[in-house]
Ligand binder design. Structure first.
Ligand SMILES: NC(=O)c1ccc[n+]([C@@H]2O[C@H](COP(=O)([O-])OP(=O)(O)OC[C@H]3O[C@@H](n4cnc5c(N)ncnc54)[C@H](O)[C@@H]3O)[C@@H](O)[C@H]2O)c1
Ligand SMILES: [Zn+2]
Length: 367
């Protein structure tokens, strides 16, 4: 088992991230060691409940915990206030009180909703994150951002609420659909690009193994990626500035997701295209050497993902403008000064992003 610590300002409790194959079966032991409340609502989705619900409950009950499974429908559509309200109803009906805890067992959707419920039910209950998608294991489970969507936009309602600990078992990725795994790998590549040169080299050197879901390789990469995310979060718990580097590739990626009506790309797939564009801009601005630029591009091109559909320039511009980072006036754009080194640049203009889209098109035209 590998452990790392998310160190936070004194007024917020720091917490550990435990990473290891087979750790799900140790959930109860670890919770007990950390004196986590003895009654736990395990919030999950129906798919994950079917795959890992029994293992999680057995791990908790085996050491004397009282645990109950509360399952929401799978997918982004369930990340709503209605789902949160349904969960509040169940918790009230089952008489969960301030002496109880919550465990989020699932992908980023479950983590965000369960975390939001944990942050708000009875003004806040302690909670545990057990992420089961690669995206959740390297990204959403570390950092304490929780929330739900609103018809007017994603993640508009939420809270910062840090978990008591995060438990990552890379073995559960064995049942994850390959497409989800690859989309999660895009976020691993992102983390390497913004903060871990050695991780990037490992990805390059073992790319086929990563694409095939080798759990030993994944365990090492998850550890390194969580370490980068934990460091960034430690230095900027409330997302005032530094956390911005985590958005590398995301301005273009979000615009691609939006312009294709969501549902065409998985988030990570759109971000993979976005990172190719951002690396190209970094090279064009003279920040990133051509050799490194090509390495970034070739790794990301070889990540399986849908082709870029035809997107009219004006439509893309509209979606870029909706991005709050641009509306605020100046665009703070994340570029690379090298593999493993992100910089925030105030000089990137909307036209540059449109050129990046054109550039992505030329790549697609290649055989
Ligand atoms: N809080 C944050 O900091 C943060 C960061 C990034 C993303 N997010 C959020 O995360 C969400 C996306 O998360 P996601 O990509 O994990 O999606 P998800 O939670 O919808 O999971 C994807 C699918 O995989 C299934 N699944 C989960 N684990 C599985 C497993 N081990 N085996 C088989 N199937 C499994 C789920 O049932 C679901 O159908 C978005 O809502 C996004 O906003 C939050
Ligand atoms: Zn992302």
């Amino acid at each position: 088992m590998r452990t790392l610590e998310v160190v936070l300002p004194a007024e917020v409790r720091s917490y550990p991230v435990f990473i290891g194959r087979g750790l799900l079966a140790e959930l109860g032991r670890i919770a007990a060691e950390r004196a986590f409340p003895r009654r736990i609502a395990v919030i999950t989705d129906e798919t994950v409940a079917g795959l890992y619900g029994d293992t999680a409950l057995a791990a908790l009950e085996g050491v004397g915990y009282a645990a109950e499974l509360l399952a929401i429908p799978p997918g982004e559509g369930a990340k709503t206030l209605d789902t949160a309200a349904m969960l509040y109803d169940s918790l009230i009906q089952k008489k969960f009180d301030r002496g109880c805890g919550i465990c989020a067992l699932g992908g980023g959707v479950v983590g965000d909703v369960a975390g939001f419920v944990a942050a708000t039910y009875l003004r806040g209950l302690p909670w545990i994150q057990v992420p089961t998608t690669l995206l959740a294991q390297v990204d959403s489970s570390v950092g304490g951002k929780t929330g739900v969507n609103h018809p007017a936009g994603k993640n508009l309602i939420g809270a910062f609420w840090q978990p008591a600990f995060v438990l990552v078992d890379p073995e559960v990725l064995g049942t994850l659909p390959r497409r989800q795994l690859h989309a999660g790998l895009a976020e691993v590549v992102k983390t390497a690009l913004i903060g871990d040169r050695e991780l990037f080299a490992q990805l390059e050197g073992n790319w086929e193994g990563f694409l095939a879901g080798d759990s030993e390789l994944l365990e090492g990469a998850i550890h390194r990626a969580c370490r980068v995310k934990a460091e960034v979060v430690s230095r900027d718990e409330r997302e005032t500035g530094l956390r911005r580097v985590l958005n590398f590739g995301h301005t273009l990626g979000h615009a691609l997701e939006a312009a294709t009506g969501y549902g065409y790309f998985l988030h990570g797939e759109a971000v993979a295209w976005g990172m190719i564009g951002a690396a190209w801009l970094s090279w064009r601005r003279g920040l990133l050497g051509e050799g490194e630029g090509k390495r970034v591009e070739s790794l990301l091109l070889s990540l399986p993902k849908p082709l870029l559909p035809e997107i009219p320039r004006e439509k893309f511009r509209e979606h870029l403008r909706r991005d709050k980072k641009i509306v605020a006036g100046r665009l703070h754009y994340v570029l690379l000064a090298g593999i493993g080194e992100a910089v925030v640049d105030g000089g990137v203009r909307e036209e540059d992003l449109l050129s990046a889209l054109e550039y992505l098109r030329t790549l697609e035209a290649q055989p």
